[in-house]
Write a protein that binds this ligand. Structure first.
Ligand code: DCT
Ligand code: MG
Length: 427
């Protein structure tokens, strides 16, 4: 009998390896191998994906193609690239040979071609070509405006608008969100740091506590998964007594507005009703909470306040002064950044969501992400368990009833999945 323990161990550790003497194996060993080869499970919500990515050359390439597909109204292709990238993100070592990918799920022919190209030539010609295409560049610039989606960008491009000056010179009237997006374009396209997220958290907490003492605020989105930067900051607000959260958002928004913290906001009311909406409304699950899309005006000193507290505990006194000087902390690369540094504040995208406590666990799970992890959770629920999962509830179609949960752990248990903590949901 060949010793195949090295093989099974490697596979279980997430290092796919090739077994060369396959023909010499006993039947029972072949069965064992089949089981092991399914060890990288096909749903991202069955896998642990930390931020430690050993395959960024490949995942960056695949993510760019995913982004291009999504911006081109080809969501199916987008998801296929996202799934392929997510499988590579979950591996525990760098891929150096195509053979290592044998038996892994979600790697279609197109994705494999891209990986092969990168392995052989150091870059994918399709990716390079996409990056340089006028269309892709224009889509990126235009969708970089808050309030502009792929459809609008596409329409403008067809009219010959490829850049911000061209848009400004055009006769288009922008809506309020887009106007704010254009006005704060540079700030909003600069990544938000965890320190800035924490500074905003303090402001939001002050606002919430002063209008509804006892309410609870949780940082959600990428920062909850441990990311160090993000494109926005997301918060979930609830109150331990069901019903006390009703009408909270307008009060929080008024407080923030009265203190001059908001450059833009649009609030939508909670429109979710279990009895009326029924279980299976996954496509609309993102917008049925009381929700506020906003652009915060974050004073530089508020941010420094947070930095200072952190630095004081971590650095020697001599270092403190240096680290709290914003000009050294911030990237001074571009002209626009230099200009932005002259004003004593910076614009940051902030999303606030209010949930009743009875839906809190579902909201927390649904808003922690990543987007692919969420998508896969819903696909798993529907395809494997005949259940409908949203950010409000979990419905069991077989038993025709809602399954209650007061923690994320309980939801994973209802779904028959091993619990994956937020830091391992970075698919
Ligand atoms: N979400 C989702 N499906 C979407 C959009 C969002 O499931 N189509 C969930 C998952 C993440 C959460 O909402 C917050 O959304 P984003 O802020 O867009 O994601 P993020 O992971 O926080 O990314 P970033 O760090 O760039 O803000
Ligand atoms: Mg976010």
């Amino acid at each position: 009998l060949l010793d195949i323990s090295w093989y099974t161990e490697s596979m279980k550790a997430g290092h796919p390896v090739e077994i060369l003497d396959r023909h010499k194996l006993q039947e029972q060993q072949v069965d064992e191998l089949k089981e092991v080869e399914s060890i990288v499970p096909s749903y991202a919500c069955q896998r642990r994906t930390t931020l430690e990515n050993h395959n960024t050359v490949f995942t960056d390439a695949l993510s760019l193609l995913a982004e291009n597909a999504e911006l081109s109204d080809e969501d199916g292709r987008g998801v296929a690239f996202r799934r392929a990238a997510a499988v590579l993100k979950a591996l525990h070592s760098p891929v150096t040979d195509l053979l290592q990918l044998r038996g892994l799920p979600c790697l279609g022919g197109h994705s494999l071609r891209v990986i092969k190209d990168v392995l052989e030539n150091g870059a994918s010609s399709e990716v390079e070509c996409t990056k340089q295409s006028e269309r892709f560049k224009a889509l990126k610039v235009l969708t970089g405006i808050f309030g502009v989606g792929a459809k609008t960008a596409e329409r403008w491009i067809r009219e010959g608008i490829h850049s911000l000056p061209q848009l400004q010179d055009s006769a288009h009237t922008l809506n309020r969100a887009q106007q704010a997006g254009l006005e704060h374009y540079d700030d909003l396209n600069q990544p938000v740091t965890k320190a800035e997220g924490d500074a905003i958290g303090e402001i939001v907490e002050k606002a919430v506590m002063s209008v509804l003492p006892g309410a609870q605020i949780t940082l959600i989105g990428g920062f909850r998964r441990g990311k160090l930067t993000g494109h926005d900051v997301d918060f979930l607000i609830t109150h331990p007594e069901e019903g006390r959260e009703v009408g909270l958002m307008p009060k929080v928004v008024s407080w923030l507005e009265s203190k001059g913290f908001l450059l833009y906001q649009k609030t939508t009311r909670n429109s979710y009703l279990e009895s009326k909406d029924g279980p299976a409304r996954p496509s609309s699950n993102m917008d049925r909470f009381e929700r506020c899309f906003s652009i915060f005006k974050l004073p530089e000193d508020a941010k420094e306040g947070t930095k200072q507290t952190e630095t004081l505990t971590e650095e020697t006194p001599e270092d403190t002064g240096r680290l709290t000087t914003p000009s050294l902390v911030r990237d001074e690369g571009s002209e626009s950044t230099k200009r932005a540094n002259l004003k004593p504040w910076r614009a940051v995208r902030v999303d606030l969501v209010v949930s009743p406590i009875s839906q809190f666990a579902f909201a927390l799970l649904g808003w922690t992400g990543s987007k692919l992890f969420e998508r896969e959770l819903r696909r798993w629920a529907g395809h494997e368990k005949a259940m409908s999962l949203s950010s409000h509830a979990l419905y069991d179609n077989t038993q025709s009833k809602y399954l209650r949960a007061s923690s994320e752990e309980e939801i994973f248990a209802h779904l028959g999945l091993e619990y994956i903590p937020p830091s391992e949901r970075n698919a």
